[in-house]
Design a protein around this ligand. Structure first.
Ligand SMILES: [Zn+2]
Length: 536
């Protein structure tokens, strides 16, 4: 198994050091299960010595049924002046009861002298002693050499001596860390080669992304001989983040021909990236390599035509291999080719291309943009093709904002709609006008179309546009993303009025959901309107 590379995920520990990341114990358990399904070898769950939440996680993690991954607890070498038996954070590692324990120690003399304030020799003793104590009590001990590359640059011999101390203590993996994230790939290659000649224990790599090189440095280390790779999903982590496993894994598997999680599990990559981002409450970057929405999106007409003939012309890997998909972007720049390709991608029957193209151009001229709002595009095609009855008609809506004293402002919306012959009047409050309007609309429609009850807003974006018609009045374009718990879709609305633009995007969101569910509009007959709608 010379080509086998172990994946050590630290999303739940180093990833949570990222500025906007906060996981509850339940979140962490859910992510751990997903990581196991993805096929990683190790899941670093947290630092039990540093916070009670991580202690709770390890307690609960014992009952997780993981098929492949082993859970690791993370901590530091013992404090000077304390024995391992006296050191509370070493004891917390033992109490976590994980099969794997990872500890980090100092490699760089600068840190030994200025942070630990001990002699270089004492540091070596402390590393060996801590690793030995843990090795006698855990199945496997991984040693993270903090600031390895900086330490190596400052004093190569001492840096390697710290690794030897860990090996002497019984460490079964020695991980070279680019803690400050400033190393260059060539430096990583050279240092790793030297270490590989002198250390017999399997080597690992742990990179940070401060020079935007965490993935490149990780691959460089693998090429130089490491067989254990650490990183996080979506590259979450302190400062600029950690090595992004969503890029590292496919590069190892598809480009370097390594055996990592296997081709079949690689197909789960995009889903994992997207679920973890959802739990983190951060949107997955559209331009993220391999897993982002734009990773296989083609806009230029020439590119689209070529990709239609042979995808390899503009795609470095087949999108399906990482669970992503090819997308064709339609805009007023695009010609017939993009439109046809897009329709094929969305499985839309396009029998009046010219009319659709004309409508598309008209709307884009008015400020609409469909590249990020595929649901609205599908509705557009549907409206051009079918003159079917609407699901409902708006009679009127009204939104009131109230701001009293120091209280948070509140909004109230009333919506009057016609569904078939029935006139429905609903009202709701919310923390803002769009929220109130969204709730009032759903409340009004839910009794006719029950499947809408599950639909909620997950993202809302506003952009101010310069009106193409007048220099002074500006338009706003609202892009909303909705979800019913299983799928997500995006719709767009444009108006000079932000509430009106939001309303249009909300209406598209509702209609799209009903269209996708195959729900028939409630017709204009009193008996029909009072019945429960037929779900197809
Ligand atoms: Zn780190």
């Amino acid at each position: 198994m010379r080509n086998r590379i172990e994946i050590y995920d630290t999303t739940l520990r180093d990833g949570t050091q990222g500025e906007a990341i906060n996981f509850s114990v339940a979140d962490k358990l859910q992510i751990a299960t997903m990581l196991d399904e993805l096929g990683v070898d190790f899941i670093e769950g947290g630092w039990p010595g540093s916070n009670p939440r991580d202690v709770a996680f390890f307690e609960e993690a014992r009952s997780l049924k993981l098929s492949r991954a082993r859970v690791a607890a993370f901590g530091a070498t013992r404090r000077r002046g304390l024995s391992c038996a006296q050191d509370p954070s070493i004891q917390a590692l033992i109490s976590a009861g994980t099969p794997v324990v990872t500890i980090f120690g100092k490699t760089w003399e600068l840190h030994v002298q200025d942070a630990l304030r001990i002699s270089p020799k004492d540091n070596l003793d402390l590393i060996e002693d801590s690793v030995r104590y843990l090795s006698e009590r855990a199945d496997l001990v991984i040693y993270d050499a903090e600031h390895f590359f900086d330490g190596y640059r400052a004093n190569q011999e001492y840096a390697i001596d710290t690794l030897r101390a860990a090996v002497a203590g019984g460490a079964q993996r020695i991980v070279l860390c680019d803690t400050n994230g400033g190393s260059l790939p060539d430096e990583v290659t050279d240092a790793t080669r030297v270490v590989a000649e002198q250390i017999e224990v399997p080597l690992g790599i742990h990179c940070h992304n401060d020079g935007e090189l965490a993935v490149a440095n990780t691959l460089a280390a693998v090429t130089a001989g490491v067989t254990h790779v650490q990183g996080t999903i979506n590259g979450y982590g302190e400062r600029c983040g950690n090595a992004n496993l969503c890029s590292v894994i496919p590069n190892l598997e598809l480009k370097l021909g390594k055996e990592v999680i296997g081709r079949e599990r690689l197909g789960r990559l995009r889903e994992t990236a997207s679920l973890v981002s959802e739990i983190a409450n951060l949107s997955l970057q559209s331009s993220a390599a391999f897993v982002g929405d734009s990773a296989f999106a083609h806009k230029g007409g020439v590119h689209v035509a070529a990709v239609e003939r042979n995808p390899r012309t503009y795609e470095h890997i087949p999108p399906e291999s990482v669970g992503n998909r090819r997308r064709v972007l339609v805009s007023d720049l695009s010609g017939r080719g993009n439109l046809v390709a897009k329709a094929r991608e969305l499985n839309i029957d396009l029998n009046s291309e010219q009319a659709v193209l004309q409508e598309l151009k008209r709307l884009e001229h008015a400020g609409f943009e469909f590249e990020a709002a595929e649901a609205s595009f599908e509705l557009l095609v549907n409206r051009v093709h079918n003159s079917s009855e609407p699901y409902f008609e708006l009679i009127s809506f009204r939104v009131i904002d109230q701001h009293q004293g120091s209280e948070m402002p509140m909004s109230e919306a009333t919506v009057k709609i016609r569904v078939g012959d029935h006139e429905e009047h609903s009202a709701a409050s919310g923390n803002g006008p769009v929220n109130a309007l969204d709730r009032a609309l759903h409340r009004g429609l839910a009794k006719f179309y029950p499947s809408l009850e599950k639909v909620h807003l997950v993202d809302y974006k506003v952009r101010v546009l310069q009106s193409p018609l007048s220099g002074s009045a500006s338009l706003v374009r609202v892009l909303i993303t909705s979800s019913d718990g299983t799928t997500k879709w995006a719709t767009v609305g444009v108006s000079a009025n932000i509430v009106e633009a939001s309303w249009r995007a909300l209406v598209d969101s509702v209609e799209y959901k009903l269209m996708k569910d195959g729900v028939s509009p409630i017709g204009a007959s009193v008996e029909e309107a009072d019945k429960k709608p037929a779900l197809v």
